[in-house]
Design a protein. Sequence first.
Length: 141
Amino acid sequence: MMRICQECGAISTEKRWFYDESLRQQAAAQGLPVDFVVCPGCRRVHDKRVDGVVTLSGSYWAAHRQDVLNLVRNEETRVRAKNPVSRILEMRDEDGKLVIMTTNERLAQRLGSVLKRAYSGTLQFQWSHQDRFVRVNWHRD
């Protein structure tokens, strides 16, 4: 049976979540049995489950704030299209730094890598004891 998230529209078949608007429309048109649920990504958002924190510091990100934010949002969109669990929970300014909280450690790691590749700077990863949480620090003056 196909499962569809009632909040974001993600689809699950064979224990894998993905987005496919045409498949959703096809299921509705053919009257296929569908189970409406809340997907793991939406549950993580509701539970405010943070598995990754990315901190941007230095004068560069502040001077190029909109470009950096666009890069971060575009990368989240690209990753989320493949894995609906990967989301940015929150972005906030703290003491001249931008702090980005993510629902999984892979997205945080990916954001750090994309920032490093696009804008250079220094990149550090700090993994938790069991590798289920990561702190990513990107800095460029």
